[in-house]
Design a protein. Structure first.
Length: 264
């Protein structure tokens, strides 16, 4: 027997996980959309009870439960299922960290997760979201919708409060968020630094959403908004220019253009 063969190294477990997760992610989106997580958010139910309540086949519900369990969103206790600690934190609509808006956007734009769409993105080096058009080219684009702003707000919520706790901004006075969307990074920076004032800059169509989030955190006296075309307008002088979810959208040359504007 060849002693160099290690059964653990040659195990197909990782490949099984990779191929399985292609379906698991989609299953979680289905579970979210049909209200499974909402149903078991604050109670524990058996698979049969869930199936009866939702008027679906027992096997179908078991499949969705298995997908959610594989990602630690659901847990089994005494033959009944409920949201796990992770699920309760991010799938409860009443929690500030609620991630459902991100899942809703993925469902809305599900075409971008299709194999042919991903392949086309690679072969053409162009994003396929928004039907392959510039996501920010006009007021009617996806990036100006409430669903898009909400999803990015929730996606950035925890990271915003994490990095602003790690990076000391106590000696800075003015924080400018370029293309800030909901303004969550500015909001977190100001909440963690009482002497800091912020300015969230974005397109005119986005700013009404920004103002709402700022008001929700009672920061309208410290955070203002301003219309900005980051390609045409000069950046205001301040202590900090912040770019969040910006550079990955553009080519290296355009990213350097923005960085140089900020530097100067």
């Amino acid at each position: 027997k060849d002693k160099t063969i290690n059964s653990d190294i040659l195990s197909d477990e990782k490949l099984q996980l990779i191929t399985g997760q292609i379906f698991i992610g989609q299953g979680v989106l289905v579970a979210h959309q049909i209200g499974l997580f909402k149903l078991i958010c604050n109670r524990s139910m058996t698979v049969q009870n869930i199936a009866t309540h939702m008027r679906l086949n027992h096997r179908a519900i078991q499949a969705l439960i298995s997908c959610a369990s594989a990602l630690d969103l659901v847990e089994l206790t005494n033959k009944s299922y409920q949201l796990s600690a992770l699920g309760k934190k991010y799938l409860d609509e009443k929690k500030a960290e609620y991630y459902g808006d991100v899942l809703d956007l993925l469902i809305q734009e599900s075409d971008i997760m299709d194999f042919s769409s991903i392949k086309k993105a690679i072969l053409t080096n162009k994003p396929q979201i928004n039907e392959g058009k510039d996501l920010f080219e006009n007021d009617d684009s996806l990036s100006n919708t409430n669903n898009f702003i909400k999803a990015l707000h929730q996606k950035s919520f925890k990271p915003a409060f994490f990095w602003t706790n790690k990076l000391d901004l106590s000696n800075h006075k003015k924080f400018i968020d370029i293309g800030g969307g909901s303004g969550i990074h500015t909001i977190a920076a100001c909440l963690n630094n009482p002497n800091l004032k912020g300015l969230v800059c974005d397109r005119k169509s986005v700013l009404p959403f920004t103002v709402k989030y700022i008001n929700d955190f009672n920061l309208k006296e410290r955070i203002k908004v301003a219309e900005l075309d980051m390609w045409k307008n000069e950046f205001t002088l301040c202590d900090v220019h912040f770019f969040g979810d910006i550079f990955h959208d553009w080519s290296r040359s355009k990213c350097l253009f923005l960085a140089k504007k900020s530097f100067h």
